[in-house]
Design a binder for this molecule. Structure first.
Ligand code: UT7
Length: 323
């Protein structure tokens, strides 16, 4: 018997306010056509004033527990992937724990920017496989609208806010690649590329700062690194691209998503795409896309899913799981 982390619930939350590309045309030198053609983005959600990452994360967690038919008492640990915590500390995860009314277990944040959800899933899986937790809520939640420089047209049109979550449960499985649950993970980072994507503020500057990105340089790294981490994770699981039912990629740019699918030799009708409606929600994009994939009837129990992401750091990775 092999102990695996099996997804038993998924849920999400998107803030009410939707901003179409055309709204940017009045304030900066851009067009709907440029944003669509270069990124695939058509609209995004922005959090209301006073609506924080922990609030959205809690809403996604509640939806997840409802879907799984579980209560907060059933959860041993909460792992939140975010780069936009409400405060420098404490963690968003402990704030979610309090909002859910949980008085036991443990909670912490993982910070790997847009790759955050893949890093959080991998950490949660390690907690389950090592026997330290039986049920872990893994949440990706971001309010990138709070770190956007609204005068920088090269970044302000790309990002959005939202939260998504999965509930993982320890289950005894056969130990082969037909098992449900997380089958393999692959994490990477290379800190030499810090200047390609960073926030120019933080504790050392006594400011919050703004997101700065050399988008075309990040783009150069993305397709190569995403396809190679996905291939590595599949190899670790003893599987190949022919076994994939769905790719659920980080949603940064439709051209990166298409380029990665092409490199993996998979048609776009096996890729869950939400970038047009959410923009880039960083660590929230993968669980949000999983929820949309479920709602659309794309993802079904037993499907083999490969999820991959790259972001600031640079940090990148992939997870292979059977839903
Ligand atoms: O999720 C974390 C990781 N992040 C990513 O994966 C983002 C990766 N990068 C990208 O998605 C793309 O690089 C962008 C969408 C950011 C940009 O697309 P691009 O095809 O790489 O364009 P570019 O940066 O090379 O810029 C092309 C031109 C520039 O003008 P010049 O220098 O050619 O005259 C920009 O100034 O487009 C201009 N530009 C804009 N024009 C209209 C940049 N932003 C805008 C804009 N509207 N909003």
């Amino acid at each position: 018997m092999t102990r695996r982390s099996v997804v038993i619930g998924a849920g999400h939350y998107l803030p009410e306010r939707i901003v179409e590309n055309a709204e940017f045309e009045g304030s900066i030198d851009t067009t709907d056509a440029w944003i669509r053609s270069r990124s695939g983005i058509e609209r995004r959600h922005f959090a209301a004033d006073g609506e924080t990452t922990s609030m959205m994360a809690t809403r996604a967690a509640e939806a997840t527990l409802t879907m799984a038919g579980k209560t907060p008492e059933d959860v041993d640990a909460i792992v939140v992937a975010t780069s936009t915590p409400d405060l420098t500390f404490p963690s968003v995860a402990t704030m979610v724990q309090a909002r859910l009314g949980m008085t036991k277990g443990f909670a912490f944040d993982v910070q790997a920017v847009c790759a955050g959800f893949v890093f959080a899933l991998t950490n949660a899986n390690a907690l389950i496989v090592s026997g330290q937790a039986d049920r872990v809520l893994v949440i990706g939640a971001e309010t990138f609208s709070k770190i956007i420089d609204w005068t920088d047209r090269s970044t302000c049109v790309l990002f959005g806010d939202g939260a998504g979550a999965l509930l993982l449960e320890a289950q005894d499985c056969a130990g082969d690649s037909s098992d449900r649950g997380i089958l393999a993970t692959d994490l990477n980072s290379d800190g030499r590329h810090k200047d390609l994507l960073y926030v120019d503020g933080g504790v050392s500057t006594r400011t919050t700062g703004y997101l700065r990105m050399q988008g075309n340089q990040v783009f150069r790294h993305a397709v190569e690194k995403l396809s190679s981490t996905a291939t590595t994770a599949l190899e670790k699981a003893g599987l190949g691209t022919q076994d994939i039912d769905w790719i659920v990629p980080h949603q940064a740019n439709i051209r990166i998503i298409q380029g990665t699918a092409k490199k993996l030799d998979l048609p776009m009708d096996q890729v869950v795409v939400t970038v047009q409606d959410h923009g880039n929600t960083s660590a929230a994009s993968i669980p949000l896309a999983m929820c949309v994939g479920l709602q659309r009837g794309q993802i079904k129990q037993g499907d083999l899913i490969v999820t991959e992401a790259i972001g600031g750091g640079l940090a990148w990775g992939a997870v292979v799981l059977r839903w």
